[in-house]
Design a protein around this ligand. Sequence first.
Ligand SMILES: C[S@@+](CC[C@H](N)C(=O)[O-])C[C@H]1O[C@@H](n2cnc3c(N)ncnc32)[C@H](O)[C@@H]1O
Length: 244
Amino acid sequence: MSEWYKQDLAFIHDVGFGDWALKSASGILEILNRSQIPEGLIVELGCGSGLSAQEFTKAHYKVLGIDISQSMIEIARTRVPDAEFRVESLFKVEIPPCNAVISLSECLNYLFDPDNNSQTLVQLFYRIYNALTPGGVFIFDIAEPGQVTPGSPSKNFTEGEDWVVLVDKEENPESKILTRRIITFRKVGEHYRRDDEVHRQQLYKAADVTAKLRQVGFEVETTQSYGQFHLPKAHIAFIAYKPA
Ligand SMILES: C[S@@+](CC[C@H](N)C(=O)[O-])C[C@H]1O[C@@H](n2cnc3c(N)ncnc32)[C@H](O)[C@@H]1O
């Protein structure tokens, strides 16, 4: 379970790519508030390094965070000792009875777990529906097709004080699979250590996901933003209610 978001990429994601989790948190808390969920258990699927979990615990929710990356969970446990974290695949984990399930930053798209496909996605929706208390809410976002202009793979880099990450993205328009080749360099002592990862994501169309959620029994709203945080292009968020 440790081929992705290994030590260096987990560190870099935490220090350099925390905006999605941090800037979404207040918008998510507003949704919970207007859904009359002022307290209780949030299960966070793909919780990463615990940035949003920390905001939820500050707002007095209990949090159970699940992530397939051991390195992400190690950071999360240090950051949020009051929450519980488990290294597991969200496609297999037993989801306990809870008031909300949250999954931020396209976690459901990743093909790290080879069992992720459109059938297991529906099974996941059923498992979440059954775990939620009546009136509970499932809030998550996905990446849609259109991440990369067809025929023109994108290459870019991001740098921090003691690290740099290079990303090459390619999207297959037929299979709707996005492949990100990621190279990290992180300063360790006097030298930079290189590591490589390949992340594959299945891209889903919003209308297909909405239909699957409705099939399961959810009442569904979609949005382009969590509060003040606007999702990047070709992303959409779902607020799916289990009827009270
Ligand atoms: C882009 S990161 C987002 C992390 C966090 N939600 C945030 O916003 O900072 C995607 C996360 O999904 C996790 N992930 C991907 N597939 C997973 C799976 N099958 N089960 C659990 N976690 C998974 C990755 O390990 C990674 O931490």
